[in-house]
Design a protein. Structure first.
Length: 401
């Protein structure tokens, strides 16, 4: 898209210069006039000769959650300051470092100019969660768009941090374990065979630990390809099972029952439910509509199914607390506190307290999980590497003796 250098007269009668991208000078004129400005002149900017533009696949990636969070916070602040939505989106597009989000902001402004509401324009882009779209719709109806967008930004940030903490706790031992297996595999498959040739030439008897490592090396060289093939097929089977809805439901339910790790997943799900539902209820969204949105927010299909059951129960005139008390789903405190909130008519305030309590519990659970996993990882990895190195040096001592 060409870039133009323009001169405009703003609504206050002041002359201003700037740069902007547009399909043509006519399109730029329409864009500026829609904001109450008069375009005086527009000159296309020529690209320097010999400039080479390399394709960067990063620019094609969807914007990260943190980029959207910051943009929503900025949008809320500018709306509170009295800046129009179109001007606010233009400012965000100019300031963001994400090229993909810049294009999204431009598209949002264009859709709003053509008559779409802010929520309808956001719903066309997957980077805005359904929660944000619902809050934006309520904000437009009540005239508190700035307030609900700020709540949406805070909710997205909280959710991202919780998910990131859980994933970090799980990913750490996986990466360390793979690194240890890779180093040990290299020694067994590459280094040990060369050492075996040297030791065989000396005619000395190998220490028992070295001989066991030699036998393991021979077995891996003979059956390594078959083992890798079986392991790969097993991983493919797990992925296919997870993609199959009944299989995913089974795996998601099993994950919530795993000791220690399952509790962290349950706490994360409880925080997601309580915080999201509380924010939407405070913003004026009905319980049924809020539950439908919360159901879509859950990555765990078993928890999403519990929300669906709760929504059906509420539609039939039942209470919300009872369906959420299923075993190995949400934490028990959630249903009991919701029952209190329903009886007192202060469900949104109760959910806020539940969120704060379980967020602290989630942080403690992640610390406990890390405290358990790190020593176990060190012991296992140290045992593998120590066994290989001990066998290696014992063989060297035997050869030197």
């Amino acid at each position: 898209m060409p870039e133009f250098s323009y001169l405009i007269r703003d609504a206050a009668g002041k002359m201003q210069r700037g740069r902007a991208e547009a399909d043509s000078a006519a399109a730029l004129r329409v864009s500026r006039e829609s904001q109450g400005e008069r375009l005086i002149s527009a000159k296309p900017l020529e690209k320097p000769a010999g400039t080479i533009h390399l394709y960067n696949p990063y620019h094609r990636l969807p914007p990260r959650s943190v980029v959207v969070e910051i943009a929503l916070e900025q949008l809320a602040l500018m709306l509170q300051s009295g800046i129009g939505i179109l001007q606010a989106l233009k400012t965000i597009a100019e300031q963001t470092t994400s090229r993909s989000f810049r294009a999204i902001c431009d598209q949002l402004a264009e859709d709003i100019q053509e008559g779409d509401s802010v929520s309808d324009a956001m719903s066309k882009h997957s980077c805005f969660p359904k929660l944000v779209v619902q809050l934006a719709k309520v904000g437009e109806t009540t005239g508190n768009l700035d307030v609900v967008l700020q709540r949406a930004s805070q909710q997205m940030a909280s959710r991202r941090e919780n998910i990131s903490n859980v994933r970090t706790a799980v990913a750490y031992p996986v990466f360390v374990g793979l690194a240890a297996v890779g180093v040990a595999g290299y020694l067994v498959v590459v280094v040990i065979p060369e050492l075996e040739k040297f030791l065989s030439a000396t005619g000395r008897k190998l220490p028992m630990i070295t001989q066991s490592l030699m036998d393991l090396s021979v077995w891996i060289r003979l059956n390594g390809i078959a083992t890798v093939a079986v392991g790969s097929l097993a991983m493919v089977a797990v992925v296919v099972t997870y993609k199959w809805p009944p299989g995913r439901a089974m795996i998601d339910r099993w994950l919530l029952r795993v000791p220690v790790l399952g509790k962290a997943f349950r706490l994360a799900g409880t925080v997601t439910f309580a915080s999201s539902l509380g924010v939407m209820l405070r913003s004026g969204i009905t319980v049924l509509e809020a539950l439908r949105t919360v159901e879509d927010l859950h990555e765990n299909t078993f928890l999403a199914a519990q929300v669906a059951v709760a929504r059906e129960t509420v539609m039939e005139g039942g209470d919300l607390a009872t369906p959420l008390a299923a075993n190995h789903a949400y934490m028990p405190m959630l249903s009991s506190m919701i029952a209190v909130g329903e009886n007192t008519g202060q469900l949104d305030e109760v959910l806020d307290r539940v969120t704060r309590f379980h967020e602290s519990q989630l942080k403690a659970a992640i610390k406990k999980l890390s405290a358990m996993i790190e020593p176990m990882t060190i012991v296992v990895v140290g045992g593998i590497v120590g066994y290989v190195y001990l066998a290696f040096f014992m063989a060297l001592f035997a050869a030197g003796g």
